[in-house]
Design a protein around this ligand. Structure first.
Ligand code: HEC
Ligand code: HEC
Ligand code: HEC
Length: 163
């Protein structure tokens, strides 16, 4: 193999790797991005149910003063402490449980037809792109004291949307 070709291939490998790293750091996109695909009957009205839920209003539940209190923001917002410069999304949004969605939200990851063909494979792709699998621990991060049956909720096909 010619030396210049070898260098060229090495360059491709390194830049490809750097690109894949750069492309894979997921960021928070906000529920409106999810809503487009996850509302309506076909998707179990999951986004519509969320909009009517207490999670959606968790930020509004805080008064003006508490909206500046980092302690309250930890549990009444999404992404607080993970978004730079003290940023957050208001309320307990989709991404509080499912992880920052910039990488997994794309049709090529979540495509309905592809899911029907091979759901397990699509799930793996989504997880590779940053989708979390919510567990009781996910809920317990904020719900430290109460006795809600998170285990049962999470085992339902459409996990509980607090009303
Ligand atoms: C381009 C449309 C689209 C967007 C945008 C989208 N989704 Fe999806 N999502 C889908 C489809 C289609 C499925 C498969 C649903 C099914 O098979 O019932 C899915 C499945 C899922 C699943 C189950 C996946 C699994 O592998 O367990 C979760 C969780 C999910 N989406 C969360 C989100 C979140 C959170 C967002 C926003 C950050 C989002 N989605 C944005 C279309 C989308
Ligand atoms: C560890 C997470 C966590 C922290 C920190 C936290 N909260 Fe909450 N808060 C919750 C949860 C979870 C609920 C829902 C009630 C329940 O089921 O325990 C709640 C409920 C509330 C409610 C009732 C809302 C309603 O609709 O009735 C108010 C008001 C509230 N919190 C204010 C605050 C304020 C003010 C702070 C900061 C001083 C704060 N919370 C800090 C998790 C937290
Ligand atoms: C980022 C923090 C956070 C996470 C994660 C979280 N919650 Fe919540 N949840 C809250 C807060 C804050 C409230 C209260 C909102 C309000 O009343 O304004 C709440 C309210 C609720 C309620 C309504 C409680 C009531 O008294 O009516 C239910 C049910 C609930 N959450 C279930 C869950 C489940 C199930 C999970 C895990 C899949 C979960 N939550 C994850 C913060 C969180």
């Amino acid at each position: 193999m010619k030396k210049s070709l070898r260098f060229y291939l090495l360059f491709l490998l390194v830049s490809g790797y750097a690109f894949s790293l750069a492309a894979k750091t997921p960021t928070y996109v906000g529920y409106k991005k999810c809503r487009g695909c996850h509302r309506g009957e076909r998707r179990g009205h999951v986004a519509n149910k969320w909009e009517d839920s207490k999670h959606a209003r968790a930020f509004e539940a805080l008064d003006e003063k508490d909206r500046k209190n980092p302690v309250c923001l930890q549990c009444h917002t999404t992404g607080y402490g993970r978004i730079g410069n003290g940023g957050y999304l208001e309320g307990v949004q989709c991404e509080a449980g499912h992880g920052p969605g910039s990488e997994y939200k794309h049709g090529r990851i979540m495509n309905a037809r592809r899911y029907k063909v091979n759901r397990a494979e699509q799930h793996k792709k989504a997880v590779g792109a940053g989708l979390w699998t919510p567990s009781v621990k996910t809920c317990r991060r904020c719900h430290r004291k109460n006795a809600l049956d998170f285990k049962k909720n999470l085992s339902d096909e459409r996990p509980l949307q607090p009303q």
